[in-house]
Design a protein around this ligand. Sequence first.
Ligand SMILES: [Zn+2]
Length: 371
Amino acid sequence: MVNLFRKPKYKSFIEERDKALEKILLNARLDISRLLHQALQRSIEVILYRVTAHTAYGHGPSNAGKDVDQHLSPVFKEFAYQIYLRSIRLRRSSYILAISAEYEALGRFTDTRSPLYIDSSRLDEVAFSKNNNGEELFPRIEIALSRIKRDLLDAVELSALYGETQVELIDRLKLAMPKVIVNRRPKRTLKPIAKFQEAENKNPLGLDALNIDQTSDSTIQFVDDKDWNQMIEDYKGAELPPMRFFDEPIDIRVGDKDLTYAWEYEQHITHDFVEKVRAGEVTAANEAGIKDFVWVAIVDSHTDDCCLVRDGHTSSEIEELLKAGKIDADTCDAVTAPAHYNCRCRMAPIGDESPTKQEFDYKRFEEWMNS
Ligand SMILES: [Zn+2]
């Protein structure tokens, strides 16, 4: 049995795939922030209109709050739905690339012959599924947005209470909005396999190198063109134009920098993305006949007990340990990574190299993805 993270060709293919996945995530995060930005711009317009044209202020702070709430709710509902649709697209695109590239990389190692079918209904199933905690995606978006709306309403009520001017109200609203941050070099969400070298050395498996180079595909896959092309589009760039702050509700210098809002849904969708990628990897591996994975954690001062105790164990071992009560399932019941938010662990497939495997000249990742 060989830990595939030790196979240079497998490793480099997967690392290139991960970079493409990170780009798909970044583009989705940009679009989602741009949608939130539109929602906030529209909210400011609505608030100023209600407060000035309809003198909602005149009837006391709580009436002003109620009046504005009534008119903000449809705005937030509309954008909740748009953010949801963009998130579903992220799920589809990240899953399709994760499963397809994993299957290809494993196929080069195990000489997999059976075709993989990734049809639209299979993607839909993943895209509309609950997350590992059993949560639906849409209520998460609604909760995150309603917190923001409540902060805006608070600002309106306080402003009415103090009898503030419009300029003062705008200042107060700016402070109530989530912070905008510049994405200089986004932190890697899918940790490079190279970082896991240390963990692997604990359980030395095989060392033989994969002698493959690149001109052909190893696996047969059936994917709808429409789905694949959407993934390529999601990889190439964000859909919505960069945020502009014309009447600047936010005081920030912008060029074409990648700006995102720091709000709770950002972290949620990032974690959700990691879940979908890992799910794609595990499904691809199962279909390629890989039966087990080793849990590999990045072991340093940030590693928590949940990941530390799993490090170096296979999924089936972890399952056994959980059943026997040797690992506390109440603290964490994960059998595959990610175990929690910001979990940096990965699952390394372990398997036997096919004895009949032929040595083809395989394509590099970029060429494979665009063919
Ligand atoms: Zn972890």
